[in-house]
Write a protein of this length. Structure first.
Length: 233
C-alpha cells in the first residue's frame, strides 16, 4: 500500500481522496446540523482529524522521498506550506473578519439587520462571532466570516421611549455609592440609548428620599428587561 502512495501518482491520488472525503463530511455537517454550537464543534473535530492525517501522511512520505524522489519532496514542501496557510485561515478567519467588520464601523450595537432569512437586532460583539436577537426574542450567534459573504440589509432603529424608575434611598450617605452602581449597571445594559445621558433626580415623598432615574429605551418592549437589570442594583 505504501509503495503505491510513495509514487507521485499514488501520492496525488491519495491526497485527492483525503481532500474530497473531508470536504464531503464538512458539507454534510454544515447542511444537516442546525444548532450553531454543535455544528462548530463537529467542524472543529473534523478539522482536527484532517490536520492530523495530513501531518502523518506528509511525515511518512517526506521521510521516504527526500533521498529517493526529489520531485515528490518538492511537492511535499509545497503541500506543507499550503496546509499551514489553510490551518491559520481556518483558526483565525473569524477573528480577522471580526476585526475588519468592527473597524469598518458599519455594524453597531442595537442596529437592526437582515440577511438570508434572518432579521434581528445586534446585541453584542464577541471575539469571533456576533450575537443577534430575533423578533421572537431568541438569540443567535453568527460567525463573522459568514457575514463577509452575505448581502446585509440595514434598518432604522425602533421608536425610542422614555422610561422612569424610582429607588428608595435608605441612607443619605449612601447616595453617591448607589448612583455609581446605577451608572455601572446602565453601561452593561444594551437596550437603552447610550448616546443620551441618563437623568438622575433626587426627590422626597412622605419624608422618604428617592432616586428617580430617567433613561431612553430603544423600544418599549425592552422595559421589563431594563427593570429586571436595574432591580439587581
Amino acid at each position: 500500500m505504501f509503495a503505491f502512495i510513495y509514487s507521485l501518482g499514488g501520492f496525488l491520488f491519495t491526497t485527492l481522496v483525503i481532500f474530497l472525503l473531508f470536504r464531503l463530511l464538512r458539507f454534510t455537517a454544515s447542511r444537516f446540523i442546525k444548532k450553531l454550537k454543535l455544528k462548530q464543534n463537529v467542524l472543529s473535530i473534523l478539522f482536527g482529524f484532517e490536520f492530523i492525517i495530513w501531518i502523518i501522511l506528509i511525515y511518512r512520505i517526506a521521510e521516504y522521498s527526500i533521498a529517493t524522489k526529489p520531485v515528490l519532496a518538492f511537492v511535499m514542501v509545497f503541500l506543507l506550506i499550503s496546509i499551514t496557510a489553510w490551518v491559520f485561515w481556518f483558526v483565525l478567519r473569524d477573528y480577522l473578519a471580526g476585526l475588519y467588520i468592527r473597524a469598518a464601523g458599519r455594524l453597531k450595537i442595537n442596529q437592526n439587520i437582515a440577511f438570508d432569512d434572518v432579521k434581528a437586532e445586534i446585541i453584542s460583539f464577541a471575539d469571533n462571532y456576533i450575537v443577534l436577537e430575533k423578533e421572537n426574542q431568541s438569540y443567535i450567534e453568527v460567525p463573522y466570516s459568514k457575514l463577509l459573504v452575505k448581502k446585509i440589509e440595514y434598518f432604522s432603529q425602533s421608536a425610542e421611549e422614555e422610561f422612569s424608575i424610582r429607588f428608595e434611598l435608605k441612607k443619605a450617605k449612601d447616595k453617591e455609592v448607589f448612583i455609581e452602581k446605577i451608572k455601572s449597571k446602565l453601561l452593561e445594559t444594551p437596550w437603552i440609548n447610550h448616546q443620551l445621558e441618563p437623568q438622575i433626580i433626587l426627590t422626597k415623598d412622605s419624608g422618604k428620599r428617592f432616586i428617580e432615574l430617567k433613561i431612553m429605551l430603544l423600544d418599549k418592549k425592552y422595559q421589563n428587561k431594563v427593570e429586571e437589570a436595574l432591580n439587581d442594583v
